[in-house]
Design a protein around this ligand. Structure first.
Ligand SMILES: C[S@@+](CC[C@H](N)C(=O)[O-])C[C@H]1O[C@@H](n2cnc3c(N)ncnc32)[C@H](O)[C@@H]1O
Length: 338
């Protein structure tokens, strides 16, 4: 069924609802630690079943399905992890996406509580205060998610005359890093919570970019945003907050911009007049319902209205090449008037 088309037949309905099966098969394999255990060698089903303390029949059916997705390779006598699996799903690989996989596994469990959250309106983790460990793991997951889009975006957004750049809610600073790597005269600051900045510092060090990046710990909703900048980059944060909170943050951003400075927003926006498309944007609103007190996804028009109210002007869309960027290939920009 095309992603954005509505259900017309019971078959389409059934196919859509049974879409949970492959994800669950993959989550079971992750839960069993199958990919890590397999390494690069070849395994028979009996060896796998013995090693993982699993039933022969269960392992055979699981592996057959994993092979149909391409995560395993089926051999004459058994199975081997595919190139994709050894690259992204095994912890000894430099490209291992472990924290992102852990985030997805947690989400599988927590999405199962959706009815409860729809009923109460209270996020799943409201009883558990956030720990630094959770924030660090989440921040690594954000890096795993943004590595490729950040490089693609930084190459397409011209920051020619800019010298100072604030990555507000920058998390791992993946975007700040990509922008300084693509703009030799740029100095960037990443503002976020202390545990997130630990990850950002590690990544800056790994990239030998410490002299180009600085770090500002703080809460930009309750506190001031220190400094003034040519560019404020606000990526994947807007959806965490309500319209009134976003308006409040935009007013602070205006004060943190130099005259003529640019706020560039990356997020997922509803694009049709009824607020039904893209589907992914609405699905993401559910994630915000599950994990935040006030988050949601918004139409481009909503955001333009808040920008205008905050005194930011010359709003425009920056279009990205198809298939690049985090979402639908467009960013929203506004300027502080001169
Ligand atoms: C979804 S992540 C996005 C990270 C990064 N900007 C990106 O696009 O990959 C949102 C980030 O905003 C940070 N954040 C949200 N609200 C914040 C606040 N009030 N003060 C500081 N950081 C905040 C979170 O800690 C998190 O790192």
């Amino acid at each position: 069924m095309p992603r954005d088309s509505s259900i017309q037949s019971f078959k389409q309905f059934r196919d859509l609802v049974y879409g949970f099966r492959l994800p669950k098969i993959i989550f079971s394999a992750l839960e069993l630690d199958l990919f890590n255990m397999m390494g690069k060698r070849k395994w028979t089903i009996s060896q796998l079943a013995k090693q993982l303390n699993a039933s022969h029949r269960g392992m055979e059916i699981l592996c057959r399905n994993l092979a149909s997705t391409g995560l395993l390779r089926k051999l004459q006598t058994g199975y081997q992890a595919s190139k994709f699996a050894t690259t992204y799903l095994q912890q000894n690989s430099a490209d291992y996406r472990g924290d992102y996989l852990a985030l997805m596994q947690r989400q599988w469990e927590e999405w199962s509580r959706l009815t409860e959250v729809v009923t109460t309106g209270i996020p799943v983790d409201s009883q558990e205060p956030e720990t630094p460990e959770y924030r660090r793991s989440f921040t690594w997951a954000m890096h795993h998610r943004s590595q490729e889009p950040a490089q693609q975006v930084a190459k397409q957004v011209s920051l020619k005359s800019a010298r100072s750049f604030l990555d507000l809610g920058g998390g791992p600073g993946t975007y700040a890093l990509a922008f300084v790597q693509n703009n030799p005269h740029l100095q960037a600051t990443v503002m976020d919570r202390p545990a997130a900045l630990e990850v950002a510092r590690t990544l800056a060090k790994q990239a030998s970019a410490e002299s180009r990046l600085s770090f500002q710990a703080g809460n930009f909703v309750s506190d001031k945003i220190p400094g003034t900048y040519d560019i404020v980059w606000y990526s994947n944060v807007l959806h965490i907050y309500s319209p009134s909170e976003n308006l409040k943050v935009f007013r602070k951003i205006k004060r943190a911009l130099k005259p003529g400075g640019r706020l560039i927003i990356q997020d997922t926006f509803l694009l049709d007049p009824h607020g039904l498309r893209p589907l992914e944007t609405n699905l993401f609103a559910v994630t915000m319902l599950l994990y935040t007190d006030t988050g949601n996804t918004y139409s481009l028009q909503d955001v333009r209205t808040w920008l205008q109210k905050a005194g930011l002007s010359r709003t425009r869309i920056i279009r990205l090449k198809k298939g690049t960027g985090d979402w639908e290939g467009q960013l929203l920009e506004a300027r502080r008037p001169i």
